[in-house]
Write a protein that binds this ligand. Structure first.
Ligand code: GDP
Length: 328
């Protein structure tokens, strides 16, 4: 796993180059600085930690959407494998962290990407790696929570997962259904229809109905000038599709949902998914993690004492060997 690789360099570059978010209400911008007041005050002091996972076949526009959502460039050095490589490819997990600040509210955002998802010919096992990653973060949290320094735990649990549905099929694929069945008890899944600009209005409505009304979104990293204003959009021979235009797609709705429900998504993660994990684990091992830690400490102390005794014995033997018969 390449965790946060090159992150510092990326954050610095992003701070220099990112287009500044607009806060004016007329632009309809809802940033995380608009969190409710109580949360806002808490977040100003503590900072806000949020982990978002993105899952979907490669090429569906995941990175572009994430970059559009957070006005950042999370994947500047991305390597895109060819078809031959993809056949044998397994899912990888790549986590990148950026720190974003808006009106004094700090957000430590971790985006967990899952390249390789659905690429292999046999994609049956491809969400095992994802389940393993989510469980590992719960396990880390559980361990930290039962340790001494409980006040400063870094929360790396996955709070939300954007699941990208292809706009090119006739609805959900078997893999989409399998994934959602396997993971809905572990993470908050938000299905999104990617590249919604490739669908006509009728096609979009039909796909939404077949797939539980997900957000139909588009993404773009390009700024285009429209009527004297620079906007994010996709330029086609027949016109411009605007990312932040609610008549063109659900991008703004998706961002508003994410931003206004960040706290809820964290609470559901804590109260439902994490609690599920804790009780399952308790059933499996039969003891709470606190006891396991105590047990581990005791074993460690016994081993250390044993090691000390052996070292003393060796030292004694060496001393005896040095005292040859002729020496005394
Ligand atoms: P990823 O592999 O899922 O991360 O996909 P990328 O973000 O790298 O996008 C793959 C290709 O799709 C790129 O050529 C993007 O410019 C294009 N793309 C991204 N978002 C959209 C979109 O909303 N609509 C359309 N038509 N193309 C998009």
């Amino acid at each position: 796993m390449r965790e946060g690789c090159g992150a510092e360099r990326r954050i610095a570059a992003w701070r220099r180059e990112r287009p500044r978010p607009q806060f004016s209400d007329s632009a309809g911008y809802v940033g995380f600085a608009n969190l409710p007041n109580q949360v806002h005050r808490k977040s100003v002091k503590k900072g806000f930690e949020f982990t978002l996972m993105v899952v979907g076949e490669s090429g569906l526009g995941k990175s572009t959407l994430i970059n559009s959502l957070f006005l950042t460039d999370l994947y500047p050095e991305r390597y895109i494998p060819g078809a031959a490589e993809k056949i044998e490819r397994t899912v990888q997990i790549e986590a990148s962290t950026v720190e974003i600040e808006e009106r004094g509210v700090k957000l430590r955002l971790t985006v967990v990407d899952t390249p390789g998802y659905g690429d292999a010919i046999n994609s049956q096992d491809c969400f095992k790696t994802i389940i393993h990653y989510i469980d590992n973060q719960f396990e880390r949290y559980l361990h930290d929570e039962s340790g001494l320094n409980r006040r400063h735990i870094i929360d790396n649990r996955v709070h939300c997962c954007f699941y990208f549905i292809s706009p090119f099929g006739h609805g959900l694929k078997p893999l989409d259904v399998e994934f959602m069945k396997a993971l809905h008890g572990k993470v908050n899944i938000v299905p999104v229809i990617a590249k919604a600009d490739t669908l006509t209005l009728k096609e979009r409505e039909r796909l939404k109905r077949r797939a539980s009304i997900p957000f139909a979104v588009i993404g773009s990293n390009q700024l285009i000038e429209v009527k004297g204003k620079k906007i994010r959009g996709r330029l086609y021979p027949w016109g411009v599709v605007e990312v932040e235009n609610p008549e063109h797609n659900d991008f703004l709705k998706l961002r508003t949902m994410l931003v206004t429900h960040m706290q809820d998504l964290q609470e559901v993660t804590q109260d439902l998914h994490y609690e599920n994990f804790r009780s399952e684990r308790l059933k499996r091992t039969g003891k709470p993690v606190e006891e396991e830690v105590v047990d581990k400490d005791r074993i460690l102390q016994q081993k250390e004492a044993e090691l000390r005794r052996m070292q003393e014995m060796i030292a004694q033997m060496q001393a005896q060997m040095r005292m040859k018969p002729g020496d005394d």
